[in-house]
Ligand binder design. Structure first.
Ligand SMILES: [Zn+2]
Length: 171
């Protein structure tokens, strides 16, 4: 039996807590900026508990490793699995500075995350010259046997600005 306090934490309405969503995105944006400083593409992601705690954040490392799959979301999901010793991340939330591509959405689905929060949209990412597979995250999940809660466009202006300042064709 959960205590009242534990129950509050379990059922915390993170989806409607816009301050919490902004706080999470700000943490992930910090990691994105570390990635830019390290010469990586302007994308990052994190895994969070609904009660606010951060499990991990990670930026994109495609350029550093010359590995096409090392998107920020995949790095964060992989690292969260390693840190928790679990392949099932149900109960946790994926927060990404950009709308997850189909590869990242599929990885999030495999990990069974409860929610996905993103900043810049698929069209913002394309505007900055990054060629992604054009399947919106919500559309992907309409065809998947998982239905995480999805909240887009959190801190969108800041995430879009960082993309445009670090355009693909500028590097
Ligand atoms: Zn991706």
């Amino acid at each position: 039996m959960l205590t009242d306090n534990a129950e509050d934490q379990q059922t915390h309405d993170w989806f409607g807590d816009l301050q919490r969503l902004d706080d999470w995105m700000d943490q992930v944006i910090d990691t994105l900026q570390q990635g830019i400083a390290a010469g990586q593409s302007p994308f990052a992601a994190g895994i969070f508990h609904p009660d606010g705690r951060c499990v991990v954040t990670a930026h994109n490392t495609v350029r550093r490793r010359n590995q096409i799959s090392r998107h920020g979301e995949v790095n964060a999901l992989d690292e969260a699995c390693r840190l928790t010793g679990r392949l099932d991340l149900s109960g946790l939330i994926l927060v990404s500075t950009g709308e997850p591509c189909p590869m990242c959405a599929a990885t999030a689905a495999m990990a069974k995350v409860d929610g996905i929060v993103y900043g810049a949209s698929c069209s913002d990412i394309l505007d900055a010259g990054y060629k992604m597979l054009e399947l919106p995250c919500e559309e992907f999940f309409r065809h998947a046997n998982r239905s995480p809660k999805i909240r887009g466009l959190v801190r969108r202006e800041r995430c879009r600005e960082l993309l445009m300042q670090n355009r693909k064709d500028a590097s």
